[in-house]
Write a protein that binds this ligand. Structure first.
Ligand SMILES: Cc1cc2nc3c(=O)[nH]c(=O)nc-3n(C[C@H](O)[C@H](O)[C@H](O)COP(=O)(O)OP(=O)(O)OC[C@H]3O[C@@H](n4cnc5c(N)ncnc54)[C@H](O)[C@@H]3O)c2cc1C
Length: 258
């Protein structure tokens, strides 16, 4: 079952569109595991056949214990190419998290994992027109990384990214290199728990003023907003956007957390 969740911010009830589409579990082999921060590792899973993936899509990863107990969670794909047999996922370790802790502590190169996907038409970033503002909280950066890797920056893109500190500022070099290279790309990073003097950037949570000033830079283009992160973060960003008078049809939300 491919479940696409379509949310209308500010409305009392979310609308869920449930589409039936048979997705089979695919056997993959772990070919690479790399730490990119104290909490985040990138896992590369190789499939037999190439898979077509689009930015914003995710896969379900399934763990099966010896007793037959199964647990599955969703992870956004961050690969380098749209047609690939190497699927990369950046997973943040949650304390006592059933799946993320296993992936971080027990999974090894050459192990097999079952995955299902790609899933997600609603958060598909390929459908953006002239101008987009991406808003990420923590590990919610993942769908945007794959999107930015695909882009030639012929459209105006801003990324407002909130991380805890410099160690958890994920994909820093890649993002800062793109920011230097492409005049159509505007990177705004704010670190909410950074105490090092080496950080010269913003330190507040993403707020009304930050979003408003970035929005003004996109004016008069019709701009779409994509927000991704934990539930509280997404809720707060959605409220700010609605209060700024952004049309709900131009806002798309993806919640990672509880
Ligand atoms: C569409 C989609 C895409 C996702 N993509 C990614 C991704 O690219 N990378 C990634 O790391 N995660 C991603 N997630 C989140 C992921 O699916 C899991 O929810 C996450 O890894 C926690 O699972 P777990 O089994 O480790 O923890 P669980 O066993 O499910 O939870 C353990 C405890 O931690 C709490 N908890 C669960 N999630 C969080 C959280 N995010 N922050 C704080 N506390 C939490 C739970 O409430 C519970 O108390 C995505 C989620 C969705 C819906």
């Amino acid at each position: 079952m491919d479940i696409t969740c379509m949310e209308i911010p500010g409305k009392s009830k979310d609308i869920k569109v449930i589409k039936s589409k048979k997705l089979n579990w695919i056997k993959t082999k772990v070919t690479d595991i790399k730490s990119i921060s104290p909490k985040v590792k990138i896992f590369t899973l190789e499939t037999e056949k190439k898979i077509h993936i689009e930015p914003g899509q995710h896969f379900e990863i399934k763990l099966i214990s010896a007793s037959g107990y199964e647990a599955q969670r969703s992870y956004s794909v961050i690969s380098n190419f749209s047609d690939t047999n190497k699927l990369c996922f950046a997973v943040s370790k949650i304390n006592n998290g059933e799946v993320s802790e296993y992936l971080h502590e027990k999974l090894e190169i050459s192990h097999n994992l079952y995955i299902r996907g790609p899933i997600g038409k609603y958060f598909n970033l390929n459908k953006i027109c002239k101008s987009v503002i991406l808003i990420a909280g923590g590990i919610g950066i993942t769908p945007f990384i794959f999107y930015l890797r695909q882009k030639n920056f012929d459209t105006k893109i801003s990324l407002i990214y909130s991380a805890k500190n410099q160690k958890e500022y994920l994909f820093r070099k890649e993002l800062e290199d793109k920011n230097k290279l492409h005049k159509n790309f505007n990177l705004i990073v704010t670190l909410t728990k950074e105490f090092e003097r080496t950080w010269k950037g913003l330190n507040s949570r993403i707020n009304n003023e930050i979003i408003k000033s970035v929005t003004n830079k996109h004016s008069p283009l019709k701009t779409q907003y994509f927000v991704c992160g934990g539930s509280n973060f997404v809720e707060n960003m959605s409220n700010i956007l609605m209060n700024l008078g952004i049309d709900y049809k131009d806002i798309k939300l993806e919640r990672f957390g509880p």
